[in-house]
Write a protein of this length. Structure first.
Length: 359
């Protein structure tokens, strides 16, 4: 017998037997994006299942019970063999989602991350209860294969509408098809840089689609592209500042490049996920890898001088170590007050589910 027993014991939700489970495409995409080493590979954790069952559907208890303990993380890592490090990192990320969206723990960046409802509020408590019900309803979905911790973490993100990790998929088919086609026949050696990375800088109000500083970054990128510095411009930035803005920095910068500076679509690579400078450079590297670019040459990052100062400083190396656990790029020469060369690293492909909106 599979895990239906503990769901029944916890009185979560009863469903009639079905010939085949309903598969949720978004659930599958989120599971694969955030927890690729856990989804479909979770062995049964009997002690965790008993903890959940003992909660009798009390929301706060269920969330706490679903958080994986150190010994359970070790068990999963041991079972994963060569994927042990990935599993440990994904378990830590899964637990972080449960704590932030289920228990109200403070996220890494509280101004832009976490639930939109204050911890302890009626709205917050209601969403947690709804997430537990949703987790029960989706327990037979192939994406979670009956695992309560995985199902609940994804349900908490779902009821909070925090699906940013897959919001633009399939990214390269929807936004970067022309650039991908061009890259297949490109002689990368003809240009000094692999790409010019224009960093997003959010405005301070919900109505403004593109801040003045972002407009400056767009112009600087267009000028360097026109001078032949690189075959592509990567526009990088999500819908970040201010919180709940409808404007995606990368898409607004792309619009400005095409409409104001006549940069062809085949020369623009959209990276609409980054929420931080660390992930601007990490995600830009991911897009170059997807295009088959050689990683033995530099990207050129353009932004306002204080932003470039931050990238050039030792604190940025420490921030990457603290938040990502590695260096997504090697910072190189300062080309100008508003431009710096960086060397991409294949380590950027590593998933960071502790940041579920930008993993």
């Amino acid at each position: 017998m599979r895990r239906a027993a503990w769901w029944a014991a916890a009185a979560l939700i009863a469903h009639p037997a079905a010939a085949a489970p309903v598969a949720d495409r978004q659930l599958a995409a989120m599971a694969g994006r955030l927890f690729p080493s856990l989804a479909g590979h979770m062995p049964q954790l009997a002690a965790r299942d008993r903890r959940v069952a003992a909660c009798a559907h009390a929301p706060a208890c269920v969330v706490e019970a679903a958080i994986l303990r150190d010994d359970e993380r070790a068990t999963l890592a041991t079972a994963a063999g060569a994927r042990a490090d990935d599993v440990r990192r994904e378990v830590n990320g899964l637990n972080e989602v449960l704590r932030v969206f289920g228990s109200g723990s403070v996220p890494r960046y509280p101004l832009i991350d976490g639930s939109d409802d204050p911890s302890g509020s009626t709205a917050f408590t209601t969403k947690v209860a709804d997430a537990i019900d949703l987790a029960g309803a989706q327990r037979r979905d192939p994406a979670v294969a009956g695992d309560i911790s995985l199902s609940l973490a994804l349900a908490l993100l779902d009821v909070n509408d925090k699906n940013a990790a897959v919001a633009f998929e399939p990214l390269d088919q929807r936004y970067n098809a022309a650039a991908r086609a061009r890259a297949k026949t490109l002689d990368w050696s003809r240009h000094r840089y692999l790409a010019i990375v224009a960093l997003g800088v959010g405005p301070e109000d919900l109505a403004t689609p593109l801040s003045g500083r972002a407009k400056l970054n767009v112009r600087m990128a267009a000028e360097r592209y026109a001078a032949g510095a690189a075959p592509f411009i990567i526009v990088s930035g999500s819908a970040v500042h201010p919180r709940d803005t409808p404007h995606v920095e990368a898409l607004e910068m792309r619009r400005a490049l095409t409409e104001r500076y006549a940069v062809p679509a085949a020369a623009i690579i959209v990276e609409p996920y980054a929420r931080h400078t660390t992930t601007n450079l990490r995600n830009a590297t991911r897009r170059l890898i997807a295009l088959g670019a050689p990683l033995d040459r530099d990207m050129l990052v353009v932004s306002n001088a204080p932003h470039i100062d931050a990238i050039a400083g030792a604190a940025f190396v420490e921030r990457n170590r603290r938040e990502l656990g590695y260096q997504p790029v090697a910072v190189g020469s300062r080309i100008a007050p508003t431009a710096i060369a960086v060397r991409p690293s294949r380590a950027a492909l590593r998933v960071d589910p502790a940041d579920p909106l930008d993993p």
